[in-house]
Design a protein around this ligand. Sequence first.
Ligand SMILES: Nc1ncnc2c1ncn2[C@@H]1O[C@H](COP(=O)(O)OP(=O)(O)OP(=O)(O)O)[C@@H](O)[C@H]1O
Ligand SMILES: [Mg+2]
Length: 348
Amino acid sequence: MLSEQTVRNAVAVVQDPELKKSLLELGMIRDISIKDGRISLTLALTTSKCPKKNAMVEEIKQVLEALPEVVNVEVQLTTLSQKELQDLFPQHPLQGIEKVQHVLAVASGKGGVGKTTIAINIALALAAEGNRVGILDADVYGPSVAVMLGLHDAPEWENRMIIPVQKFGLQVMSLGMLSKEGQALIWRGPMVGKAINQLLGQVMWGELDYLVVDLPPGTGDPSITVAQSIPKAAVLIVTTPQEVALADVRRAVELFRKYDLNMVGLVENMSYFMCGHTSEPIEIFGHGGGAKLSEELGLPLLGAVPIELQIGVSGDSGVPLMVSAADSEAGHIFQTIARKILAEVNRP
Ligand SMILES: Nc1ncnc2c1ncn2[C@@H]1O[C@H](COP(=O)(O)OP(=O)(O)OP(=O)(O)O)[C@@H](O)[C@H]1O
Ligand SMILES: [Mg+2]
């Protein structure tokens, strides 16, 4: 006679592939019922997005269908409650940024220098080097990562955690995805810190090699919150060659240095323009600003990105250059910058 104990004994061999423990012992198998050789049970997952869920269901079915008298096995799926997750993982290993290896904050002195454009294309270039990459839009004043990646859907919530949206192989989370399109967000003082800490701690980033954070321009609350919350973050500074941009950049660099963050280097954006009528680059916004600043601040100049129609058009259309034209000249420049960042961040 097929008993619940027989079923328990049989299913006890099935393990969670990541935790390497019996699903039964972990309390993930429940509601076992048996009727006329038909077994029904529930598998409670750590997250409904668990990539191994189908494999686990298959294995459960296989071991149970091998028992005598079994006609059919049905597995329902559910997710563990917040309380159960906490009991299982007192350290929350799959939540927040605990399993993110490196955080790369992209900052600038002033707005409109192409910080978001650089952050997104560098994130894609890091992924092209074989890394698991996420991008967090921490620009509370003008979140534009979602627009530049063509994302319109609001992220899903589970157990009071936000699940990042996947796009072009990146895990993406932006405050822009939490508000209705076109609706302006007004964040003030302490709200800013709270919102950013929520984006760092309440988003299920999972295991990532790099989390690229698009900071708002300047040295306001969000930059300070990120500097305080992620003491090991590496900072990439984006600037244009103009003198005005440079003065703001100095202030930003001073701020991050005050918090002891690791400054990986500078990227000079909108550096020059190839008009097609001559082979000489035209330096619309002046010459050598990045190099001068690099020397003055003791920061490596990791690259100079030209003004390129394709870069702007790609961003505005929701398909970044590193997706639409990774093999272009600008694409190679982004890829080289990403490799230099990897070398800087992983320097022993
Ligand atoms: N190298 C480039 N060539 C052409 N267009 C560019 C380049 N870099 C950025 N752009 C365009 O310039 C505009 C501003 O860029 P972006 O939004 O990335 O700047 P930002 O510094 O993030 O701005 P904000 O301060 O508003 O966040 C966008 O329309 C973008 O497509
Ligand atoms: Mg921006």
